[in-house]
Ligand binder design. Sequence first.
Ligand code: CUA
Length: 177
Amino acid sequence: MAISPPSERIWWKEPIAKVELVWIAVAFIWGLVMFGMMIYWHAEGEQNLSNEAYRTTPEMFAKKTNAMVDKYTVRQEAGFPVVRPPPGSDVYLIARLWQWWPILEFEKGQSYRLHISSMDWQHGFSLQPVNINLQIHPGYEMVLTVTPDTAGEFGVVCNEFCGIGHHTMIGKIHVVE
Ligand code: CUA
């Protein structure tokens, strides 16, 4: 029984039963299979992105985001600036309690360098309805090259619990023809 001391004090020198060895081997082989699946899903599953991460600070990141918003805002939507940066440019998205800021507008078929960072806390970038997920931390910017191939309105949902307003942390990305 696990709640009483072992009757043989040197329990780790006891011989291992054959069936136990078989289970250890099964668990080890299954662990290798699951490890291989991570690599397989990266290549074939279109889920795990090839993103880059760089050190930054909330102040530096906010400065770059504000400069982009000042330069490329085309209209307002529900109190948020809608920013339409030129194709090929660096685009910044802020995660903070509890919003994704600003709203971005991309052109279909064009590529952008999308930078995402947090001002305060850990958030999760989850692009809906496509299955793209990234963890967003303060002090790091995640950078990915995006080339939207479908026009429409995409939601950005926070998928890391970040407090009382977590469920309201919903952003938006427009993709236009
Ligand atoms: Cu931000 Cu949950």
